[in-house]
Write a new protein. Structure first.
Length: 374
């Protein structure tokens, strides 16, 4: 039988979708680095015949390499491609900048999923016709529009059902919106001066932020109009990040972090860091209570707080895999580097967290989260 999903010898193949949050991250990276690639639609046939059989999971994007390796997870994809295309690295070579941008990747990937999902699904009159249509056009391209919307609604409502899992409820939505609007304001001030987070070249932090800020918060009708109205410099940054143009500029000199990023990092420290630390603690307890069991997508619930409002949300072990990255980077710095970095971290509210051991470390094997061997 003919292989309908062959590798291409001189380029990479990304299976994704425009409305997909993490597809936007991988697509932006491939474009900004100028990596030869094509994108194939992750329709139902691709899921059944390629994505699930080759990756073992149902998540996109998936990257097929010229030698027919299949990679899943945007951070894994980017780290692999950084080895293949080392020019203009997205990880700065200086300690403060590298740590800052790794933290911001975690913030974008894991925390800004909350406003992204809220604004997509909680403004139905503005968004749902568009969103359901996007789901349908991706899954069954070429079918009649009414069939696409029917299937798009059926699949889309499964994602809509995840809102309580993320702590998005009537009690928390006003605080989530206030926090996001202030974040937009802070980022708008930053991007008025800088093309990217750390200068004229995108870093791993830019790619973490583009994931939620493009597919949901820029493309969806309601939040997209809001962004363009109250944060036009953020909208311009999104457009730079998704353009076909490569970006070969420079990071700021002398390991400097722009002052305009301080409010963004402080927001992460205040809102997300307590959740990450609690998740690490609860994951250790879960491991002791469930020896030898596979790690599920969630392991119960806990409290989180935004804008003084507390609500329940799911404990998500995957976030620890992401959090380990900046923790490990910080722990690997030498004494002289830590002397430089520590006052800055302490001022922002990260120092104690980065010095807190993660007792139950996790890794990924065959695209599944497992406990790392001690």
């Amino acid at each position: 039988m003919k292989n309908k999903y062959p590798a291409i010898k001189d380029r990479y193949v990304m299976y994704g979708a425009e409305f997909s949050l993490y597809s936007g991250k991988a697509r932006s990276y491939l474009r900004k680095k100028g990596i030869p690639h094509v994108e194939r639609l992750s329709d139902i046939k691709a899921y059944k015949q390629f994505i699930v059989p080759r990756s073992g999971v149902r998540y996109i994007p998936v990257l097929q390499t010229p030698d027919d390796k299949v990679l899943q997870d945007t951070t894994v994809i980017i780290d692999y491609l950084e080895q293949q295309f080392p020019d203009d690295p997205v990880y700065p070579q200086t300690p403060k900048q590298c740590l800052a941008t790794m933290l911001l990747e975690v913030f974008g990937d894991e925390w800004l999923l909350i406003p992204a999902m809220h604004y997509r699904w909680n403004y139905p009159e503005d968004n749902l016709e568009f969103v359901y249509g996007e789901f349908g056009k991706t899954l069954i391209p070429g079918w009649p529009g009414f069939v696409q919307k029917f299937l798009g609604k059926k699949i889309g409502n499964k994602f809509r059902g995840f809102l309580p899992m993320l702590g998005i409820t009537e009690k928390s939505t006003a605080a989530i919106e206030a926090s996001y609007i202030q974040l937009l304001t802070d980022l708008d001030r930053h991007f008025k001066t800088y093309d990217f987070l750390l200068g004229s070249r995108p870093s791993i932090g830019d790619f973490g932020l583009i994931a939620p800020l493009y597919a949901h918060l820029y493309r969806d009708p309601y939040p997209g109009e809001m962004m363009r109205n109250i944060a036009p410099n953020v909208a311009s940054w999104v457009e730079r990040m998704i353009s076909e143009n490569t970006a070969n500029g420079e990071f700021a000199a002398d390991d400097q972090i722009p002052e305009t990023l301080a409010p963004v990092l402080k927001r992460m420290a205040q809102e997300q860091i307590p959740v990450l630390l609690d998740t690490a603690t609860e994951l250790e307890k879960w491991r002791q209570q469930h020896p030898g069991e596979d790690i599920p997508r969630s392991i119960g619930t806990h409290q989180f707080t935004v804008g003084g409002i507390s609500e329940e949300r799911a404990l998500i072990p995957y976030s620890i895999w992401m959090w380990q990255r900046p923790v490990d980077y910080y722990q690997g710095l030498n004494a002289e580097e830590k002397q430089i970095v520590d006052p800055w971290l302490n001022n922002l509210g990260f120092k104690q967290a980065l010095n807190t051991p993660i007792k139950s470390r996790v890794t990924r094997i065959n695209n599944k989260l497992v406990f790392a061997r001690e």
